[in-house]
Structures are given as C-alpha cells and as structure tokens.
Design a protein around this ligand. Structure first.
Ligand SMILES: [Zn+2]
Length: 395
C-alpha cells in the first residue's frame, strides 16, 4: 500500500468560496478552543485527552450553532487530532509548544476525511456542505481516494489535495555496489554535484526577484491600513512570493526526479545537514533557505523508495570537502576556496566534486560497517571462522 497526494487548483463560486472560508474559520476556532481547554485542564492539574475533548464537541456545537451549519463535522474532529499531533511533537522535542491559530496569519485549510466524491470526468469535486466545486484535474488520481484537504493560499487561490491509497508495494532495495553508487554534495554555488561529475547549477530564484519583492513590499507598507489599496498590494506581494516558491518547487522536483529515475543507480549517499544550525549564519541564511535542501532530500527520499534505490545518510561532521584520498586533511580550507592542491600527494581537487566522492566513500564504509552486503569489494568472499591456534609459548 502506498499513500500519495495529488494537488489540484479548484475554482469555487463566490458562495462556495465564502463557505470554504467559513469552514476554515470553524476549524481554526475549534483548534484554539481545544488548546485553551487543554491549558485550562493543565492549570487545574488534570490532563485532557483527545477523546474527552471530542466528547465535549457536541455541547460546544449546541452553544454555538454556526459550528454545526458552517463546517463538515468530521473536519472539526480532525482539528482536535491536529492539536494532539502538535502536542505530541512538542513532547518528542520535534516542535515548539502549539500556539493559537490566527486569522490572516495562519494558513487557512481544513481536512475532509469522509463524505466527498472525486469525479475527474466531469471536472468536479463534491464536498460536504459546499457542493460541486469546479476543479482542474491536470492528471487523474490513481487509486482509492481517502481524504481531501482544502487550502487557501495567501494570494487567494484555492487548492484541494486529494490523498489516495494505491495498491502498489515498494520494490525491494537494490544491493549495494560501488559501481552503481553515487554521492551527492549540495551547496550554494552549485546546487548539487554528483560523484560521477554531473552538476546542477543553483538557479537562485529568490535572488533574482529580491529587487521586485523589495518594491512590492514597500508599496504594501506605504498603503493606509485597512484600505482596499493595501489589500491589493498585499495580494501582489503574496503572488510574487508564491511565484518564487513555485519555481523552486518545480526545480527541486526536476532534479530529484532526474536523480531517482536512473535505472543504473542503486544507492545514493547524501550528507545529513544541520540546516537549522547553518541558518544561524545571517550572511548566508537567505541563500541557504533559498536552496531548500531539506525539501530536496525529502523528495529524493520518497522517489528513491518507490524505485528501490537505497539512501545512505552520512554524519554531519564528516570532513567531506577537506579530506584528500591520500588521507591528508586540509583544515585551512575556507568556503571561498573552490579548488585546492594537496601538499602531501600533489592532487588538485575541485571542492564540490571531492566532497561528493568523499560522501560516496563514507556512505559505502558505513554500509560495510552496518553489514549490508557490499558487492565487488572482495566479491562474495567467504568468511570462515578463525581457527584457534595455540600461541607458541615463549621460552
Ligand atoms: Zn593528498
């Protein structure tokens, strides 16, 4: 079984758009209400679990009838589940303590786990309490639809993400073989360099539009608060940001697809980057977040999983661009040095290519140590148990 999400742009009518906004508002309200209830219970020395919260929902609906009329009831339950997830992420130290969702600030969305219908033939999505919404199916969802998430972007476009269950199992992982293994080094100058010599240049989407964004954001802040002009300026600024985000996403998908779609590649070694720590360098933070390495690795990982390609992550403290093949470690190397010559053996190294090759080396070593069968490194050597011989006694 494989879960896969397809995102489509939807075009609701004026009334439907209003209904969707209301449902988003209900979801936000219930989330905040749940958070408040939980915090209150905590102050009273109690714990309020998901199901006791859900049991309180019908009473809340009686008190506030608009919750009943404006939102699909299942969506409100999912809002409480989301809250539970946020709490458990906090306790597992994966996220911050959940905060209130705020109108205009938080992303507007709601989840529909039941009662919808997907009909690509008629270009229609049928949603509970909202009705038939015009949808552009740029591709047909393959599989059994499980749930739908409706979201509104900051520039005011509506989207539906359809989660489907596909009757496909992931293929078995290919065996590790040094010849079909590549290492990938990601960087700011070149987006990615592979150990086989391929380079993907960094398109630097953000940098190309920085000046335009500056102008738009100044125009926005110069408009009177609450005016129509300000809203118009906010929209064009949001549109620009979305444009950059879309370009970036498109680029990442193209690169990760190209890397994962090669039949001759069996293993890909990557570096486990500490992006959060790197962002503390304010001079590079913009350039680093524009690269979105984490999103790139996420895409690469699931695409490889679908094709049986193994991903090996090497530790973040390995000296990948400093270590020569002869074992010399160049501690004087700075970020500005693109090339260096080894003083011990005289080899000239291209920084990124060397890093990619070292990542491959470290990755293979890690797999060897983990006991994964590595081919051709002494191919199929039979290891016989050592025979104990008596130590010759010294006289
Ligand atoms: Zn050397």
């Amino acid at each position: 079984m494989r879960l896969r999400a397809y995102q489509y742009r939807i075009y609701p009518s004026k009334q439907q758009a209003c209904d969707i906004r209301k449902a988003c508002g209900c979801r936000r309200f219930v989330y905040n209400w749940g958070l408040q209830q939980k915090q209150q219970a905590y102050l009273n020395g109690q714990k309020l679990h998901l199901y006791s919260l859900m049991k309180k929902l019908p009473d809340l609906k009686k008190e506030l009838p608009w919750l009943k009329t404006d939102a699909p009831s299942q969506s409100l339950q999912v809002a409480l589940m989301d809250l539970e997830v946020a709490y458990s992420r906090f306790f597992r130290k994966l996220g911050d303590f959940p905060t209130k969702k705020r109108k205009f600030k938080s992303k507007d969305s709601f989840h529909i786990p039941q009662g919808f219908k997907v009909t690509p033939k008629d270009k229609i999505l049928t949603l509970p309490k909202i009705g038939n919404v015009k949808t552009v199916f740029d591709r047909i969802p393959e599989g059994k639809p499980k749930s739908i998430t409706i979201s509104i972007s900051k520039s005011g476009n509506f989207f539906a993400s359809v989660l489907v269950e596909q009757d496909i199992n992931d293929p078995e992982l290919k065996p590790v073989n040094p010849e079909t293994t590549i290492g990938i080094d990601v960087g700011i100058k070149s987006f990615a360099v592979c150990s086989d010599g391929r380079t993907f240049e960094n398109p630097k989407h953000l940098r190309r539009t920085t000046s335009k964004l500056k102008v738009l954001s100044r125009q926005h802040s110069n408009k009177r608060k609450g005016s129509n002009n300000r809203e118009r300026a906010r929209r064009s600024l949001a549109r620009m940001h979305e444009r950059v985000a879309n370009q970036r996403k498109d680029f990442l998908h193209k690169v990760s697809h190209q890397l994962a779609d090669e039949s001759q590649v069996g293993t890909i070694c990557i570096e486990d980057l500490n992006v959060k720590g790197m962002l503390k360098n304010h001079k590079l933070a913009g350039a680093i977040s524009d690269c979105s390495w984490r999103e790139f690795f996420r895409q690469l990982e699931y695409k490889c999983k679908w094709r049986g390609i193994r991903i090996v992550r090497i530790g973040r403290f390995e000296p990948s661009s400093r270590l020569c093949t002869c074992g010399f470690k160049n501690d004087a190397l700075t970020l500005a040095d693109r090339e260096w010559t080894c003083p011990q053996c005289g080899q000239v190294h291209d920084r990124d290519l060397l890093a990619a090759n070292n990542i491959k080396r470290f990755g293979l070593a890690k797999e060897m140590a983990a006991g994964t069968a590595v081919k051709s490194l002494g191919s199929c050597r039979v290891v016989t148990p050592k025979r104990r011989t008596k130590k010759p006694t010294r006289l």
